[in-house]
Every structure is written in C-alpha cells, then in structure tokens.
Design a protein around this ligand. Structure first.
Ligand SMILES: *Cc1c(COP(=O)(O)O)cnc(C)c1O
Length: 387
C-alpha cells in the first residue's frame, strides 16, 4: 500500500516501503541478500539495481519508511549512527568549515568531530544550545557550516528550541542538523520545524530491540540528498540487508513502543523526584524541568530516558547502577528492555576531562516497556543499598 502524508504515524510506520511482493503476495517484502544484479544486456538494469553497495531493495524499503516518518523526501541508511554522521560531514563540509555543537553532545559524536575530523580541517566549538544569543555569536564568528543539536540531549535531557535554532543557523548561512535519536520521529519531527538534516542512531528507539546497530540521515532537499547519496555510495558505510530488515521490523512498532516508554519514563521520573537520596532528576515530562514547556510544544511525548543525580555523590550513583536486576547495566538505550548506564565511565568516557564531561553522581536510565511496578520495585531495591 503506498502511503500518503495525510495518514497517521502508525499507518505510515507499518506500510511505507512495505508493499507486498507481487509474484507470491508475501505480505512481508522478501529480504534481498544478493550483492549484484543480472543485467538485461550491458547497462540494462532492472529498476536501477546494479550492485549491492549502490542499491538494495531491503535497504531501500527502510529508507522509504524513514523518509515517510520524518517527513523528508530522502533517507539514507548506514551501518551505524556514527557512520551516518561521518558520511554527512564528508558530504557537506570541506576543510576550513566549522561545526557548532551542543556542549552536552553524545560523546561519540564529539569524538568523531573533534578527534577524527579535526585532523581533516573541520573545526568545532561546543556551546550551550539553550543560550541562543551565545550560539548565534559563535556561529557568526566562524565559517560555520553546521549547527548540530541533540534535543533532548544526552544525558542531561536539555531541550533546545529547534525552530528558533534553525533561524539562527539559516541567518548565518549554516545548516541545522538535529540528532533525533532520543525523541524518535514519533515524538518529534525536526524537518517540519526548519531543520535541514535529521541524524539517527537507529540502534536505539528505531530498531528498538537492542539487536541491530545502524544509523540514518533524512533530508527534504534534493541537492543535499544528491551529495549525501554520493558519499553513501562512494564510501560505502551502508547497512547490510539483515540489519536493514531488522531495523524496518522494529520501526513498524515505534509508535506503540514510544507510548509505553513515555509512560514508564514519566512514572520513574516522578518516583525518583520523591526520593530523599536524589539530588536532581532530568526528565522533560516533569513540570520542574526547565525545558518542560518547550518540550510540550515541540514534542508529542517525553520518551523513556531519565537521568538522575544522587546526593551521595559518585559512590551512590555507582551503588544504584550495580544493584538493579530488571534494569541491566549496559551502554545504549531505546530498546524494549530497561537499561542502566553510568555515563561518566561508560557512554561518555570519551569526553571525561573535557568541557563535555558528565557529572560523576549521575546515572542514566533507559526505561523499557516492562511493567512499571517491576521497574519501580527494582529501583526501590537498589536504593536499599544506599543506607
Ligand atoms: C548512540 C548514539 C549515536 C551513535 O550511534 P551508533 O549507532 O552507536 O554509531 C549518536 N547520537 C546519539 C544521541 C546516540 O545515542
């Protein structure tokens, strides 16, 4: 069934790129592993398919689904979120260009931009994305190509006004890149708010089951799409067919999963807020969160990510992180199972000692889709070790 923009999110999620197979009527399109395609005479390509790096029907199905859900015209699927980011930067920047990014950007993104691409002549300045005047100043003072934001950010859950930031970027002739990994297209569609490029680690909510690593870029402009498509093909960090299939399979249920993640995230955040051991809770669904009103305006829900700081400092954070059983101590997020992360030594170890460092008394929870009573009981039990 071809989908239209007017259809609801879940209808598009289930059907975009998923037309049944015409020969057999198989409702789930077949998974194509072939690395190459027979030609009808030299250059006689069937439907444009020539070689697996350049095109694969299973990957194309995922790309169509991603574009339909983000409200873009083109989507590109990669072997990881960072491979997507690397391809984006290679496609659209040149030596001497500058990237202005949030000062609480995902550690791996900062490592790529600063630690790898810095040597190739790409400059960067981390800034507080909540202070739009400061952002505008830094953007204008450099040859800024990208303003790069994560909202909600990782792990402090800061909310940035995408529409206002797009204006800041565009006024300076820069592009706005939004890493939409935390919100997912179910909760937030940055292209509709003026962003030029959406980045995803599809490893997280989009794949949703912690069983596949992948990344994606989505745009709404043909010229940007052409440049990104060229690098995707020429560099070749594409997702393999099985990865693309698993990602598509996960993406079909994104809406129902996000509703449950958001429900559990809200309940966990509210429970934490009442605990005497807790110093601060970071969750945009809490009225006490500084970005709450903006999040209500710009998002359709608040998601399953909650960060918490402990009065007992580093020792307390480590104790809770190491004493849960429903929450598994592991990096990553966005899967159906709840995960617990100690960013300072785990996901954000690469930014330790830099201005992007994460407080040592903070843990980050990825609330899965388990029953809320069991999540709370698990946290309650881990808190008994604090006494
Ligand atoms: C995980 C993550 C990435 C990197 O994606 P990979 O799939 O691990 O390469 C980028 N941005 C955010 C916000 C992430 O959480």
């Amino acid at each position: 069934m071809p989908v239209s923009e007017n259809q609801g999110f879940n209808t598009r999620a289930v059907h975009a790129g998923q037309a049944f197979e015409p020969r057999t009527g198989a409702v789930v399109p077949p998974l194509h592993f072939s690395s190459t395609y027979a030609q009808d005479g030299i250059g006689g390509l069937r439907d444009g398919y020539e070689y697996g790096r350049g095109g694969n029907p299973t990957r194309d199905a995922l790309q169509e689904q991603l574009a339909a859900l983000e409200g873009g015209t083109h989507a590109f699927s990669f072997s990881s979120g960072l491979a997507a980011e690397d391809s984006l930067i290679r496609a659209l920047t040149r030596p001497g260009d500058h990237i202005v990014l949030g000062n609480d950007a995902y550690g791996g993104t900062y490592r790529l931009i600063n630690g790898v691409l810095g040597d190739w002549g790409i400059g960067n300045t981390p800034v507080d994305m909540a202070d739009l005047d400061a952002v505008a100043q830094v953007v204008r003072a450099n040859k800024t190509r990208f303003v790069w934001v994560e909202t909600p950010s990782n792990p402090l859950m800061r909310i940035t006004d995408i529409e206002a930031l797009a204006k800041v970027a565009h006024d300076a002739g820069a592009l706005l890149v939004v890493d939409n990994t935390f919100a997912s297209p179910y909760l937030q569609t940055p292209l509709a708010l003026g962003a030029d490029v959406v980045v995803h680690s599809t490893t997280k909510y989009i794949g949703g089951h912690s069983d596949v690593v992948g990344g994606a870029l989505v745009v709404k402009d043909a010229e940007l799409a052409e440049k990104i498509g060229f690098v995707q093909f020429a560099v070749g960090a594409v997702s393999g067919p099985m990865d693309a299939f698993l990602t598509t399979r996960g993406l079909k249920t994104l809406g129902v999963r996000m509703d449950r993640h958001s429900f559990n995230g809200q309940a966990v955040a509210e429970w934490l807020l009442e605990r005497p051991e807790v110093e601060a809770v970071f969750y945009p669904g809490l009225p006490t969160h500084p970005g709450h009103e903006l999040a209500k305006k710009q998002m359709k829900g608040f998601g399953g990510m909650v960060s918490v700081q402990f009065k007992g400092g580093e020792a307390a954070a480590r104790t809770v992180a190491e004493n849960t059983s429903v929450f598994t101590l592991a990096e990553s997020l966005g899967g159906i199972e709840s995960l617990m992360n100690y960013p300072s030594e785990m996901t954000h170890a690469s930014v330790k000692g830099t201005e992007l460092a994460v407080p040592v008394n903070l843990i980050r929870l990825s609330c899965g889709i388990e029953d809320i009573e069991d999540l709370i009981a698990d946290l309650e039990h881990s808190f008994t070790f604090l006494r």
